[in-house]
Design a protein around this ligand. Sequence first.
Ligand code: ZN
Length: 261
Amino acid sequence: MRLLDVHAHLQDEAFDGIVPQIMDEAAEQGLEAVVCAGTTINDWEQVLALSESTNCVLPALGVHPWYVNDNYQKDGDQLCELAPKLCAIGETGLDSLRGDTRLQMESLKIHIDIAKSHNLPLVIHCVKAFDEMYAILNKTRPAVPVLFHGFNSSTQLARQMRKVCDCYFSLSPSFCSPDKVRKRKTSELVRYLYNENLLLLESDAPFPVSVDHKKASTWPSDIAQSLKNLSGVLETTEEITADQIFKLSSRMFNNKNRIRP
Ligand SMILES: [Zn+2]
């Protein structure tokens, strides 16, 4: 069984000194790679260093909407220079609950331009700002894959976003928990995304809601449990589910050919 965690922050200080242990545990669960997303200009070097130390860490860089500031233009220039090294642009996006929406929009537009010109997928964080996101995507039409990470909204919203971009949706371990995933709305979304081949898995590590109580946060290996829970809802085998999700994930993020076919 092959898996790929499409969203984690291995550079986070919570993981200082234990990244090799995390990657070993991930490999034991069948994970072949982790997309590691930078969130501010201050952690980009760390993300790149991790990706240079092992083929299993696929680098994505962006400015998380919480951390966008007046330097967005300069940050964009630097991102553009680093883009040839990357497997994706992000984390980027909009969050109406935290940060300055006007600056977030400007920064997002720059990130979309960079993704377009380097033909890289976009990794999007969107919280309570889907109308604004729709408007920007409708106007810019990125023409590269757009991943809505940590998606926990409705099937209707997913359908809506597909009208303006080639979008995909990754689900977190807490979204895939047995209690949640059996709920009618959640299982409807899971079936829709899987049947349309739009579903990916992420740990968002180190997300502070642990599915394994021995740890303080999620780890990439947690997506193995997500897969198990989803397969139950989809009434198929873990192998079949994993195969479809892995093929989609690697098609999207393996543009530097770091994962064997
Ligand atoms: Zn993130």
